[in-house]
Design a protein around this ligand. Structure first.
Ligand code: PAF
Length: 286
């Protein structure tokens, strides 16, 4: 596996593959890799001839400087994990490689960015769009792989691809969970033992809410999820929205959409965890 830090090295590595028309897969990450990321690499290996994993803690998507500062970083460990998964090249650039000049672009994603993560983390998705579009320009992947845990991010990336006319297939990958249900996240390693013990309540409640929802209103289901999670000491729901899975617009009634998602953000102390559950997908109840 190659580890490259500069755009020049990256592009000279990829040139040969591109000339031979080998398909290139990109797995964008911010490092602190876990099994969820490795599953993305595995899927990329299945779909593409050469797999690039980028490791870059993108400063423009952090609206909270403490969050950026305490974001876990361990390049050596990440590269070892990627190598075992058969990744071909790791692109681990410095900030100046990705942003030789300050990125002043302001994207307009309409209502997609005014809800949920977009509402509580202003500027976050603009930063995500900046970095993902830069990575797409530099790597020019045929396919890029994103986890469904970041449900709204996936919707934003798809919208960005359509607005900027990138010819890249966006491949969504299922959320990977710990054995107790907790969605894998780089932030999980920042939890105290007690917070880690409490955190699976989030996924458990989301899954239970699928049964609870039958015969109940959307509002009752929201209240149920929020109260079940908040009941656990040390957990505090920031938002829980039930929305159309495409537009992310909140729904009032279950028959308003054929694709319905519930998205949650919860604070465990200072650590913010997100997760989601699909209530309905083109007629198939969860
Ligand atoms: O999901 C993430 O880890 C990041 O938002 C991404 C897509 C790598 C962009 O920095």
């Amino acid at each position: 596996m190659e580890i490259v830090k500069t755009v020049i090295e990256l592009q000279s590595y990829l040139k040969g593959f591109r000339e031979k028309k080998n398909s290139i897969g990109l797995v964008p990450t911010m490092g602190a890799l876990h099994r969820g990321h490795l599953t993305l690499v595995k899927q990329a290996k299945e779909h593409c001839s050469v797999v690039v994993a980028s490791i870059f803690v993108n400063p423009t998507q952090f609206n909270n400087p403490n969050d950026l500062q305490r974001y876990p970083r361990d390049l050596k460990k990440d590269c070892d994990l990627l190598e075992t998964e058969g990744c071909d090249v790791v692109f681990a650039p410095d900030v100046t490689e990705v942003y030789p000049e300050k990125d002043e672009r302001i994207f307009d994603f309409g209502d997609l960015e005014n809800v949920m993560e977009g509402k509580y983390r202003p500027g976050h998705f603009n930063g995500v769009a900046q970095v993902v579009s830069r990575l797409f320009e530099l790597v020019r992947p045929d396919k890029a792989f994103f986890g469904l845990k970041d449900f709204q991010q996936l919707a934003i990336v798809r919208e960005m691809v359509s607005q900027l006319n990138f010819s890249v297939d966006i491949i969504p990958c299922e959320t990977v969970r710990e054995s107790d249900g907790l969605a894998m996240s780089s932030r999980n390693m920042l939890l105290t033992n007690q917070q880690r013990k409490n955190a699976p309540v989030i996924a458990k409640t989301l899954f239970e809410s699928c049964n609870f929802a039958s015969g109940k209103t959307v509002k009752e289901t929201i209240d149920y999820v929020v109260s079940q999670v908040n009941e656990v000491e040390g957990l505090e729901v920031e938002y829980f929205d039930i929305a159309d899975g495409y537009s992310l617009k909140a729904i009032d009634k279950w028959n308003e959409s054929e694709y319905i998602v519930g998205c949650i953000a919860v604070f465990a102390g200072e650590i913010r965890l997100i997760d989601n559950v699909i209530y309905k997908n083109t007629g198939h109840e969860c």
